[in-house]
Design a protein around this ligand. Sequence first.
Ligand SMILES: [Zn+2]
Length: 131
Amino acid sequence: MNEKLYRFMQGRYGADQFSKFLVVVGIVIVLLSNFIGGIFLNIFGLAAFVYAYYRMFSRNHPKRYRENQKYLSYISRFKNFFRRQNGHMGQRKTHHIYSCPKCKQKIRIPRGKGRIEIACPKCHTKFIKRS
Ligand SMILES: [Zn+2]
Protein backbone atom coordinates (compact mmCIF):
# COMPACT_ATOMS: atom_id res chain seq x y z
CA MET A 1 0.00 0.00 0.00
CA ASN A 2 1.39 3.41 -0.77
CA GLU A 3 2.42 5.75 2.03
CA LYS A 4 -0.26 8.40 1.55
CA LEU A 5 -3.09 5.90 1.36
CA TYR A 6 -1.74 4.06 4.39
CA ARG A 7 -1.67 7.28 6.42
CA PHE A 8 -5.17 8.16 5.22
CA MET A 9 -6.54 4.79 6.30
CA GLN A 10 -4.86 4.88 9.69
CA GLY A 11 -7.33 5.13 12.56
CA ARG A 12 -10.25 4.66 10.22
CA TYR A 13 -13.01 2.31 11.21
CA GLY A 14 -12.94 0.18 8.04
CA ALA A 15 -15.55 -2.16 6.61
CA ASP A 16 -17.88 -4.13 8.85
CA GLN A 17 -21.01 -6.21 8.24
CA PHE A 18 -23.28 -3.17 8.28
CA SER A 19 -21.18 -1.31 5.67
CA LYS A 20 -21.11 -4.38 3.43
CA PHE A 21 -24.87 -4.65 3.79
CA LEU A 22 -25.26 -0.96 2.84
CA VAL A 23 -23.07 -1.44 -0.26
CA VAL A 24 -25.16 -4.44 -1.37
CA VAL A 25 -28.40 -2.53 -0.72
CA GLY A 26 -26.96 0.45 -2.64
CA ILE A 27 -26.07 -1.73 -5.65
CA VAL A 28 -29.50 -3.40 -5.66
CA ILE A 29 -31.34 -0.07 -5.42
CA VAL A 30 -29.23 1.59 -8.13
CA LEU A 31 -29.75 -1.40 -10.47
CA LEU A 32 -33.45 -1.37 -9.66
CA SER A 33 -33.68 2.36 -10.38
CA ASN A 34 -32.08 1.75 -13.79
CA PHE A 35 -34.93 -0.64 -14.60
CA ILE A 36 -37.75 1.37 -13.10
CA GLY A 37 -36.19 4.72 -13.87
CA GLY A 38 -36.81 6.49 -10.60
CA ILE A 39 -34.48 9.39 -9.86
CA PHE A 40 -35.33 9.32 -6.14
CA LEU A 41 -34.59 5.62 -6.01
CA ASN A 42 -31.25 6.33 -7.66
CA ILE A 43 -30.41 9.03 -5.11
CA PHE A 44 -31.48 6.71 -2.30
CA GLY A 45 -29.16 3.97 -3.61
CA LEU A 46 -26.25 6.40 -3.91
CA ALA A 47 -26.98 7.66 -0.41
CA ALA A 48 -26.59 4.09 0.88
CA PHE A 49 -23.16 3.97 -0.83
CA VAL A 50 -22.11 7.32 0.57
CA TYR A 51 -23.21 6.29 4.06
CA ALA A 52 -21.30 2.97 3.75
CA TYR A 53 -18.09 4.83 2.78
CA TYR A 54 -18.65 7.47 5.42
CA ARG A 55 -18.78 4.68 8.01
CA MET A 56 -15.63 2.98 6.64
CA PHE A 57 -13.63 6.20 6.79
CA SER A 58 -15.05 7.27 10.12
CA ARG A 59 -12.77 7.79 13.13
CA ASN A 60 -15.64 7.48 15.61
CA HIS A 61 -15.12 3.78 16.35
CA PRO A 62 -17.48 3.36 19.35
CA LYS A 63 -20.39 4.87 17.45
CA ARG A 64 -19.76 2.76 14.32
CA TYR A 65 -19.36 -0.32 16.52
CA ARG A 66 -22.72 0.34 18.18
CA GLU A 67 -24.39 0.77 14.78
CA ASN A 68 -22.95 -2.54 13.64
CA GLN A 69 -24.11 -4.30 16.82
CA LYS A 70 -27.60 -2.87 16.33
CA TYR A 71 -27.56 -4.09 12.73
CA LEU A 72 -26.38 -7.58 13.77
CA SER A 73 -29.06 -7.92 16.46
CA TYR A 74 -31.70 -6.78 13.97
CA ILE A 75 -30.50 -9.37 11.43
CA SER A 76 -30.51 -12.18 13.99
CA ARG A 77 -34.04 -11.24 15.08
CA PHE A 78 -35.06 -11.31 11.41
CA LYS A 79 -33.48 -14.75 10.92
CA ASN A 80 -35.12 -16.09 14.08
CA PHE A 81 -38.49 -14.86 12.86
CA PHE A 82 -38.14 -16.82 9.62
CA ARG A 83 -36.81 -19.89 11.40
CA ARG A 84 -39.86 -19.84 13.68
CA GLN A 85 -42.22 -19.39 10.70
CA ASN A 86 -40.61 -22.38 9.02
CA GLY A 87 -41.04 -24.43 12.19
CA HIS A 88 -44.75 -23.64 12.22
CA MET A 89 -45.05 -24.56 8.54
CA GLY A 90 -43.46 -27.95 9.19
CA GLN A 91 -45.90 -28.65 12.00
CA ARG A 92 -48.91 -27.55 9.95
CA LYS A 93 -49.17 -30.95 8.28
CA THR A 94 -49.38 -32.93 11.49
CA HIS A 95 -50.68 -30.40 14.00
CA HIS A 96 -53.18 -27.61 14.38
CA ILE A 97 -52.12 -24.55 16.28
CA TYR A 98 -54.95 -22.98 18.26
CA SER A 99 -54.79 -20.06 20.58
CA CYS A 100 -56.60 -20.03 23.88
CA PRO A 101 -59.72 -17.81 23.68
CA LYS A 102 -58.93 -16.35 27.09
CA CYS A 103 -55.17 -15.81 27.36
CA LYS A 104 -54.09 -16.29 23.71
CA GLN A 105 -51.59 -18.98 24.66
CA LYS A 106 -50.70 -21.01 21.56
CA ILE A 107 -51.59 -24.70 21.85
CA ARG A 108 -50.43 -27.38 19.46
CA ILE A 109 -52.94 -30.17 18.81
CA PRO A 110 -52.32 -33.24 16.62
CA ARG A 111 -54.61 -33.46 13.57
CA GLY A 112 -57.24 -36.10 12.88
CA LYS A 113 -58.71 -36.60 16.37
CA GLY A 114 -62.17 -35.23 15.57
CA ARG A 115 -63.94 -32.95 18.04
CA ILE A 116 -61.89 -32.67 21.17
CA GLU A 117 -61.93 -30.66 24.33
CA ILE A 118 -58.74 -28.70 24.81
CA ALA A 119 -57.59 -27.44 28.18
CA CYS A 120 -55.27 -24.46 28.11
CA PRO A 121 -52.07 -25.39 29.96
CA LYS A 122 -51.66 -21.82 31.16
CA CYS A 123 -55.07 -20.65 32.41
CA HIS A 124 -56.93 -24.02 32.31
CA THR A 125 -59.78 -22.65 30.18
CA LYS A 126 -61.53 -25.47 28.35
CA PHE A 127 -62.73 -25.11 24.76
CA ILE A 128 -63.85 -27.45 22.01
CA LYS A 129 -62.22 -27.65 18.58
CA ARG A 130 -62.14 -29.94 15.59
CA SER A 131 -58.66 -31.22 15.02
ZN1 LIG B 1 -55.41 -19.80 28.34
